[in-house]
Design a protein around this ligand. Sequence first.
Ligand SMILES: C[S@@+](CC[C@H](N)C(=O)[O-])C[C@H]1O[C@@H](n2cnc3c(N)ncnc32)[C@H](O)[C@@H]1O
Length: 279
Amino acid sequence: MKTVMQPEEFRLIREFVAEETGLLIDEGRLGYLSSRLQSRLDELRLNSYRDYYAFLKFSPRGESEFQELASILTNNETYFFREDAQLQILTSHILPHLKEKEQGNGRRKIRIYSAGCSSGEEVYTIAMMLLESGHFLWDWDIKVTGIDIDPKMITHARKGIYSGRAFQSTPPLFLERYFTKAGEDYQVKDSLRRITCFEEGNLLRLESFRHNDPAHVIFCRNVFIYFSEDTTRKITESFAELLEPEGHLFLGHSESLSRISSRYQPIRHPGAIIYRKRD
Ligand SMILES: C[S@@+](CC[C@H](N)C(=O)[O-])C[C@H]1O[C@@H](n2cnc3c(N)ncnc32)[C@H](O)[C@@H]1O
């Protein structure tokens, strides 16, 4: 039976979601939120959205329910080779520069993050760009790490099996070189698996990632469109802690840091703006 969501329940859950995930649900979207969460009430046998809110906050099972909530509310749209102009900048400007810089420092290590990686297509795309560049052969230690709040997406990414729309922008050469056919689908080859990994994580709680090697580049594309400016500022501040000096940040083409953060210098390229961390 359909449960009616009261305005006060909407406010509580909306604020909880914004605080815990960053996702901003518009004021007028009570109907959207209640229809999204009805199945959770049914499954947990709860009578009201207030009970659901209390379950999230106080039940010992609240943490795993939070993952269900994140899965339900996030938009996971993604595909291989999304926003080609940015990928070209990675290949033509950033990677050659990184190689030179690392060698100049007597190191041969590259670390790239995809923050909000969804089902992994962005991670594997960056991995293909790294391998195709030919800059990091032999004894280079390279790793692309995907992070997402949605555990279902991380499971999908780790499996590395894709079909249909995921390949809408994939040049046939890459499909041939980096995937094997698995029935109707395609599976990523070991050459990609070796240099990629996936972690479940919340961009609002990045402190736990500080133990990792500093990042040379962070991709965080098509994530901030769902966040408030304050949340975006907070996350870009923590990215600055994870990035190497002069590390680069890629955002989605409709996202910008103007009036949000002065920690980054915008660098204009044809078709895209890339952000470089200021010293
Ligand atoms: C639209 S997808 C973008 C995927 C990829 N970056 C791209 O551009 O194709 C947005 C992803 O951000 C993730 N996300 C949203 N809020 C998050 C948070 N607080 N922490 C980590 N990931 C989050 C969602 O689960 C979703 O998979």
